[in-house]
Design a protein around this ligand. Sequence first.
Ligand SMILES: [Zn+2]
Length: 103
Amino acid sequence: MSDITVGMEIVAIKSHKKNYFKRYDTFPARGVESLCSCPKKWINIGIAQTCNTLKCKKCGTKHRNDTGFMWFSESYFRPIDDIDISDVDSVLQEDFFEFIERT
Ligand SMILES: [Zn+2]
């Protein structure tokens, strides 16, 4: 698993289902947090918040989001320096975070 840290340039390895970003879009990682009990991190890429509660589909944790920004599963992203685009399909993983309530 890649280690994304704050300030790192990252690339989306697949498009978000709700079109918040597209595959190959790049962003600086503005926040990296553990918001549930899973080893995966949640990533803030500077997209304004549209929902106020996050739920992890894997462990069931609900997290109130007061940050003003959206948070996405790190499985969407890789550090740009790490990525081998030809290998993207082999590293795709299910995104299991979702927003369940609207503000
Ligand atoms: Zn979880």
